[in-house]
Write a protein that binds this ligand. Structure first.
Ligand code: ADP
Ligand code: MG
Length: 333
């Protein structure tokens, strides 16, 4: 049973709860955020957990649990076009280390400054190192709902930023970093992109207010995996052109073009947005790139004309042995 099957079976399918939830939500559970119907439908909510040694490497400094944890939750607000307001933090630690706590809380408030998002409450418990964030964001009054189930046939598929830096950084952690390496600067660039994610908050707000933009999703589980959620929820097929996908340039100094593409398409952890917009829509500032289109279909993803699984197998066969492969991140996958 994978992550999504278990969520569906044990948490989403309870009928009484679904009816109870439907009475109070404008966007129910299953999207990047839930949007409450109360308060004029303006409050978006999402929760994410970061487990030390699972979501961040065991060698990570305290700061990364904070910056990536808050970033991953705020990223769900961004995908709904909600402006971050505040968050609560449930922190579980094996013991008290003041040095660790100082590193964690300094990074937490730096990230909170960046997103203009206030710590509102939380909980502290003893146990394996884990930080759980619940974020609250504000939507415009009587605004549209930027969900994953409203892509239309003929839409172009877009992605924000350049992808793959986080996946490429994670693959570096078990190697020693030395200033004498010829790719030292590129490695540092990837690691710093991983440590301090730069979320496209303004883009999210802009997309939310633009009627030509039909659907959006946070692609932190990997571009292919998350676009498959749009395809499935919207009942369209998605066709991607792999050559159009913007790949973080530093990856090419360290990895082969195939491996760089692997991280961009399925590495995940980048905290960028995938979205679909009417075919004539465009954006002037280069903050997003068109990478494909949605057509009449049944929720499948194709890359360069081939079903995603087949295309992915062909890519894998060109990679060096030992590169971990997955079409996207899934717990219990
Ligand atoms: P994200 O990629 O933003 O972390 P997830 O993949 O964790 O989102 O979750 C997918 C969807 O399932 C979300 O809409 C989330 O609200 C819902 N979900 C996940 N875990 C649970 C749970 N334990 N109970 C209820 N809903 C859940
Ligand atoms: Mg989650």
């Amino acid at each position: 049973m994978n992550e999504f099957e278990l969520i569906e079976q044990y948490f989403l399918s309870n009928k009484t709860n679904r009816q109870r939830a439907a009475r109070i939500t404008a966007v129910g559970n299953g999207d990047d955020c839930t949007v409450l119907a109360h308060l004029e439908g303006r409050l978006a909510i999402s929760t994410d957990t970061v487990v030390h040694g699972r979501h961040v490497p065991t060698s990570s400094p305290a700061a990364w649990l904070a910056s990536r944890g808050l970033g991953s939750s705020v990223s769900d607000l961004v995908a709904m076009g909600a402006r971050p307001l505040g968050f609560t933090l449930a922190l579980t630690m094996p013991h008290v280390s003041q040095g660790w706590l100082k590193g964690f809380s300094d990074a937490l408030f730096r990230a909170a400054d960046l997103y203009d998002c206030a710590l509102l409450g939380g909980d502290v418990t003893r146990g394996p190192l884990t930080a759980s964030f619940t974020v609250f964001g504000e939507l415009p009054a009587a605004g549209r709902l930027l969900t994953r189930d409203s892509a239309q046939c003929g839409d172009r598929i877009w992605v924000s930023g350049a992808l793959g830096a986080a996946g490429g950084a994670l693959a570096l952690f078990d190697r020693k970093l030395s200033p004498h390496d010829s790719d030292y600067r590129s490695r540092l660039q990837l690691i710093s992109a991983y440590a301090s994610p730069n979320l496209p908050i303004d883009l999210g707000l802009q997309l939310q207010s633009d009627a030509q933009v039909h659907s959006a999703i946070d692609i932190s589980d990997g571009l292919l995996a998350d676009l498959a959620h749009i395809a499935k929820a919207s009942r369209v097929d998605i066709h991607l052109d792999s050559k159009a996908v913007p790949v973080a340039p530093a990856l090419f100094d360290i990895y082969s073009p195939d491996q760089a593409l692997l991280y961009a398409l399925s590495g995940g952890d980048d905290y960028q947005l995938g979205f679909t917009a009417a075919s004539g829509w465009t954006i002037g500032d280069g903050s997003a790139t068109p990478i494909g289109e949605a057509v009449d279909g049944q929720g499948r993803v194709f890359v360069d004309g081939r079903p995603v699984g087949e295309w992915f197998d062909a890519l894998s066969s060109r990679l060096p042995a030992g590169v971990p492969l997955s079409e996207g991140y899934q717990h219990f996958g």
